[in-house]
Design a protein around this ligand. Sequence first.
Ligand code: NAP
Length: 238
Amino acid sequence: MSLKRLVGRIAIVTASTDGIGFAIAKRLGQEGAKVIVSSRKQQNVEEAVKLLSQEGLDVTGVPCHVAKTEDRKKLFEVAKQYGGLDILVSNAAVNPVMGEVLDCPEDAWEKIFEVNVKSSFLLAQEALPLLRQSKAGRIIFISSIAGFQPMTLLGAYSVSKTALLGLTKAAAVQLAKENITVNCVAPGVIKTKFSSALTSTQAAQDIALSMIPLNRYLNFISHVKLIRNQRKIQEQKY
Ligand code: NAP
């Protein structure tokens, strides 16, 4: 049973049509927030909005590739139409290459830093005019345990996640006087599409699990899959 601590709040969650972002959007909605979901593909956005609306949550959606200026503009336009913005969750990230940090090709490095770091910075900067109108603005960056201890197979990605820790600390100090908090969540390995490179082969699993003292991944069932499965079971009953 959710506590409804966020009634009256409006939240943006980027990359929220699957995986961790979808779970965050769902939980914020269950706590009473109005949620704007987004990701690159219109079809994914429509499906996520439908799934969350069927759960009785107050949700809208808009496609947004976080590295595209025009898309981010549209995201904040939707927030304005929705009534403002109280919570920004910057969740999108990419990892186009597997390998050690100094083996990363330049174009992959640029892509990783553009999406994971620069877009998070720009989203926070562009959200500020709306967050400043909120009584309690909140910015949450999604980093990773790899931000604290780089993963061998995710060298450049790990460094980008460390950069988010720095961005969180610097922005938190800057905005504290305005009662806007900046925090960072650093998940462990959770089975999603994104982490499949770490979890799908035995060799990759051995390396990834060797960094985790409990020697297992966090239990996480894709909420999108879970809701789809529940719907199928209900449909079969009728
Ligand atoms: P996921 O399940 O693969 O979901 C990815 C989501 O991101 C999808 O909704 C996808 O939808 C969207 N997306 C991809 N590129 C995007 C872009 N450029 N702009 C906007 N949306 C985009 O991923 P996840 O595992 O939940 O990861 C989410 C966050 O958690 C990432 O920041 C990741 O680094 C972090 N994290 C994950 C783990 C893990 O083990 N899974 C661990 C630590 C940290 P579209 O295809 O429609 O764009």
